[in-house]
Design a protein around this ligand. Structure first.
Ligand code: HEC
Length: 189
């Protein structure tokens, strides 16, 4: 058979596609069948097992914020996944405590999910509670007022629309908070 693939283009192409298909199945279809906890919302109420917390469904306001995040293309520049890299867990960390790595059970209510691919801006998977509402107001109006040299565009229309501003901030403030990993007292809004 290997000899055939060497001498016949059809065999080579069919063989390559077959192997590609098997690779696709093994990396996309099989993992969620093997580990079914991924499809359930994150929940850990046992302190002995580590940080406690629970992933709640989006409220109406947060859903609206998610839609604005999609509409404004925030995901062109921002990812929402803390990878297994030290640079990520430190960047997403809080007061000297490294953040946990993102897991699938933190994203079950996201449709569509906003993992993103391009990290022009910092990752937002653990941004919830990092800044207060006033910070976001100033930052959306003009990022350069807070972060010198920031290349994030201003979004004054979000600030001028009180309902939309409330929604996008509610959405940002819940990101990454299901796992109650921050030192006590710093976690709640
Ligand atoms: C053109 C790329 C770009 C787009 C589009 C963009 N941002 Fe940003 N964002 C950045 C950059 C770069 C930074 C880092 C500098 C700063 O804080 O202003 C940043 C910072 C942030 C921060 C602070 C993160 C932290 O951990 O300090 C938040 C929150 C944020 N952006 C939210 C948003 C939201 C919400 C949208 C959509 C309405 C958006 N961004 C659109 C590039 C972008």
């Amino acid at each position: 058979m290997l000899h055939k693939a060497d001498t016949s283009a059809t065999w080579a192409v069919v063989g390559a596609l077959g192997l590609f298909f098997i690779g696709g199945l093994l990396t996309t279809v099989v993992p969620p069948l093997v580990d079914t906890t991924w499809a359930k919302p994150f929940e850990n109420s046992d302190p002995a097992k580590g940080p406690t917390g629970k992933l709640l469904p989006y409220t109406g306001l947060e859903k609206q914020g998610h839609a604005i995040y999609v509409r404004e293309g925030c995901w062109y520049c921002h990812t929402q996944q803390t990878r297994t890299l030290l640079a990520d867990t430190k960047r997403s960390g809080w007061r000297g405590v490294d953040s946990p790595v993102s897991t699938p059970d933190e994203f079950v209510f996201d449709a569509p999910h906003m993992f993103g691919t391009k990290r022009t801006g910092p990752d937002l998977s653990r941004v919830g509670g990092k800044y207060d509402e006033q910070w976001h107001r100033t930052h959306f109006r003009n990022p350069r007022d807070l972060v010198q040299g920031s290349i994030m565009p201003p979004y004054p229309w979000l600030v001028d629309n009180p309902q939309e501003f409330k929604a996008i901030v509610a959405y940002l403030q819940r990101l990454g908070r299901a796992k109650n990993w921050r030192p006590d007292g710093d976690f709640e809004k």
